[in-house]
Design a protein around this ligand. Structure first.
Ligand SMILES: Nc1nc2c(ncn2[C@@H]2O[C@H](COP(=O)(O)OP(=O)(O)OP(=O)(O)O)[C@@H](O)[C@H]2O)c(=O)[nH]1
Ligand SMILES: [Mg+2]
Length: 224
C-alpha cells in the first residue's frame, strides 16, 4: 500500500471516530473546543487564566496534548477541574482515538465544556478532526504577521483566531492590523479576538465568546 493510501485510510478512520465523538458531545450538550497554535503561543497560559475565572461549579474538563512531558496538565490541575495529559510520544497532533481513549473514564453528562489543547504545531493538527464544535487558532505577537498566509489550512478551518501576547506589541515589530488582514484573506469573515494572558487585557471578550458558544451547544436539540 502506498503512503498516500495509508494516510487516506488513517484520515478516514479518524473521521468516523470524530463523527461519533461529535454525536456524543451533541447528545450531552457539551461544547468541545480544540486549541491549536505553534509551540509556545500561549495556549496553556490562556487556559490557566480561563480556569482561574471559572467558579467551582463550572462543569469543565481539559485534555492537553504534548509530544512529551506532563508539564501542561500539572500547570492546569491546580484549578481543581478534571485535567488529563495526552502524551503522544512523538506524534505531532492529537487524533480522535487519543481523545476517545482519554475520555473513557469521564462522564460526558457531567460536563458542559471540554477544552482540548492540541500539540504545539500549526500544520498536522489541521488535518485531524477531533469531533470538536470549533477549532480555535492562536497566533502570538512574536510569530510574525505572515503566519496565516504560510499555514493557511489551520486559519481556514478555525472559527476563531486569538491574537495572544498583545502586551508585547510595544516591543516587537508586529503589525496587528496586517495579521488580521492576512487571517481574513485566508478565511473571510473570520472572528478575531486579541488578548494578553499576562495583563488580563481582552480576557473578558474570550470568556464571553466561550460562554456564548457554551449556551448555544446546550440549547442545540439532540437531532440537530
Ligand atoms: N508576555 C506574555 N507572555 C505570555 C503570554 N501568554 C503566554 N506567555 C508566555 O509564553 C510562554 C509559552 O506559553 P504557554 O502557555 O506554555 O504556551 P503553549 O502554547 O501552551 O506552549 P506548548 O504547549 O509548548 O505548545 C510562557 O513563558 C508564557 O508565560 C502573554 O499573553 N504575554
Ligand atoms: Mg501548552
Amino acid at each position: 500500500m502506498s503512503r498516500v493510501e495509508v494516510e487516506k485510510k488513517v484520515l478516514n478512520e479518524n473521521q468516523i471516530l470524530a463523527e461519533q465523538l461529535r454525536e456524543r458531545y451533541r447528545e450531552h450538550g457539551v461544547l468541545c473546543v480544540n486549541l491549536i497554535s505553534s509551540p509556545g503561543s500561549g495556549k496553556t497560559l490562556l487556559l490557566e487564566k480561563t480556569l482561574e475565572r471559572f467558579d467551582n461549579g463550572m462543569r469543565v474538563a481539559v485534555l492537553t496534548g504534548d509530544l512529551q512531558t506532563e508539564n501542561d496538565a500539572q500547570r492546569l490541575a491546580k484549578y481543581g477541574f478534571p485535567v488529563k495529559q495526552i502524551v503522544t510520544g512523538g506524534t505531532c497532533h492529537l487524533d480522535a482515538r487519543m481523545v476517545e481513549k482519554h475520555l473513557a473514564d469521564w462522564k460526558l453528562e457531567d460536563l458542559d465544556l471540554l477544552i482540548v489543547e492540541n500539540v504545539g504545531n500549526l500544520v498536522c493538527p489541521s488535518s485531524y478532526d477531533l469531533g470538536e464544535d470549533a477549532k480555535i487558532v492562536l497566533l502570538s505577537t512574536t510569530e510574525g504577521e505572515d503566519k496565516p498566509l504560510k499555514y493557511p489550512s489551520i486559519f481556514f478551518k478555525s472559527e476563531l483566531m486569538v491574537l495572544t501576547k498583545i502586551d508585547l506589541l510595544p516591543y516587537v515589530p508586529f503589525k496587528a492590523e496586517l495579521a488580521r488582514e492576512n487571517a481574513r484573506r485566508v478565511h473571510p469573515g473570520m472572528e478575531i479576538l486579541e488578548l494578553s494572558s499576562t495583563t488580563g487585557e481582552g480576557l473578558d471578550g474570550w470568556m464571553n465568546w466561550l460562554e456564548a458558544r457554551r449556551t448555544k451547544a446546550k440549547a442545540k436539540p439532540i437531532s440537530a
